[in-house]
Design a binder for this molecule. Structure first.
Ligand SMILES: *[C@@H]1O[C@H](CO)[C@@H](O)[C@H](O)[C@H]1NC(C)=O
Ligand SMILES: *[C@@H]1O[C@H](CO)[C@@H](O)[C@H](O)[C@H]1NC(C)=O
Ligand SMILES: *[C@@H]1O[C@H](CO)[C@@H](O)[C@H](O)[C@H]1NC(C)=O
Ligand SMILES: [Zn+2]
Length: 353
């Protein structure tokens, strides 16, 4: 992207400009041969052991806990609605970019084409699912991405949803949200993302059911902290999907990029738009129990509601607001390594909640 185009973008991402960028999609995304890509092994305990550890540990936060090693149900069916039936086959975690590309000030050149990444990593068949920033050039504004993409024999099957603040520019407190599904020819994301990469095959995974939250930690934090307590310095990574079957969740949706720099968690917090959403919610993402020296976001999940129609809500999962009433059901796979793509050279620790 030329400097002048970047400057124009600095002023306004009008709909016309967004259309222009969409038509030059292939030119504007990051060239994976020119950025840092590192891969580090994760510790992979046997599934039975992980199930045991979680089934004991989660009871500090939930009254009812049931963890088992199970075949996932067909995850293409409701309420999961994924683009592949399972979560197994050469499972790895992928973290792209990071919060330093979003705050203090957005780096608009950080556009990542996920189909191209899969090609670069030689992954086909591939299923990619998780939480990232949506492709703002597609929409013309910043948005959340609930990524759900499969590639088989070179054919892209895009199920990714994006959620933006609606109407664009509405002030916090009186805004709503708009959920849309991306077409097959739009496989870009932006800025940052945390994804599970597998072959999308059916197979054994860890099934976690938790109800009636009695502790302070949310579902994912509780899983991550339990594993960290048990495995210590051996870093374990999980990815997968869960459904909040009952209760309400607290989610954020990023509004368009802030003109003023956002320099702290408090500033990011007052910029984000928060929504309390009703179950059922389908949520996808990843967690790791350590940093591996790779500047990682240790947990990141995005979800949506509204079933197959594309008319519901969605955003970044924080926690639930109805502890006694919650019912979580999740399927997670243990990843063998983590692929770090284009990590920020200059980093910081905020904007990662
Ligand atoms: C890819 O195509 C080959 C040949 O047509 C077929 O045998 C194979 O099952 C396909 N793979 C997938 C993942 O669809
Ligand atoms: C995945 O894609 C399917 C089909 O496009 C869609 O119905 C479903 O809601 C998507 N799931 C997620 C978790 O985004
Ligand atoms: C949740 O657990 C609390 C504490 O044990 C209990 O008093 C309450 O009845 C439970 N609520 C539900 C909905 O099961
Ligand atoms: Zn997020």
């Amino acid at each position: 992207m030329s400097l002048s185009l970047l400057l124009v973008f600095g002023y306004a991402a009008s709909v016309q400009m967004a259309t222009l960028v969409t038509s030059t999609a292939r030119m504007t995304s990051i060239d994976y041969t020119k950025v840092t890509i590192k891969e580090k092994e994760l510790y992979t305990p046997p599934l039975d052991e992980v199930a045991c550890v979680l089934s004991n540990g989660l009871t500090t936060n939930f009254k009812f806990v049931e963890v088992s090693v199970a075949d996932s149900p067909d995850l293409t069916e409701p309420p999961y609605y994924l683009k592949s039936p399972g979560l197994t086959g050469d499972a790895k975690l992928v973290e792209i970019g990071g919060p330093p590309y979003l705050v203090p000030q957005v780096k608009r050149d950080k556009i990542y084409d996920l189909a191209k990444l899969l090609e670069h990593l030689n992954r086909d068949p591939a299923f990619l699912a998780g939480a990232g920033a949506g492709p703002w050039p597609y929409l013309g504004v910043n948005c959340e991405g609930i990524v759900n993409l499969s590639v088989r024999n070179g054919t892209v099957d895009q199920g990714t949803r994006i959620v933006s603040v609606h109407p664009v520019g509405a002030p916090k407190g009186s805004s709503g949200y708009l959920q849309q599904q991306l077409p097959n020819d739009e496989t870009r994301t932006a800025l940052l993302g945390n994804y599970l990469l597998t072959e999308g095959k059916p197979g054994k995974v860890i099934k976690v059911v938790a109800k009636n939250r009695t502790g302070k930690s949310n579902f994912i934090t509780s899983i991550r902290e339990t594993l960290k307590t048990h495995y210590g310095d051996k870093v374990v990574g999980l990815g997968g999907a869960f459904v909040l079957r009952a209760g309400r969740g607290y989610f954020h949706v990023m509004p368009d990029f802030s003109r003023a720099p956002l320099c702290s968690d408090a500033a990011v917090d007052s910029w984000l738009h928060y929504f309390e959403l009703d179950a059922p919610l389908t949520v996808v993402g990843t967690l790791v129990t350590g940093d591996l020296g790779l500047d990682l976001r240790v947990q990141h999940f995005h979800g949506f509601s509204g079933g197959g129609g594309g008319a519901g809500a969605g955003g970044h999962y924080h926690y639930d607001t109805t502890p006694e009433d919650v019912h979580y059901e999740g399927y997670f796979t243990v990843a063998s390594s983590l692929i770090r793509v284009d990590p920020p050279v200059e980093t910081h620790t905020f904007g990662r909640d």
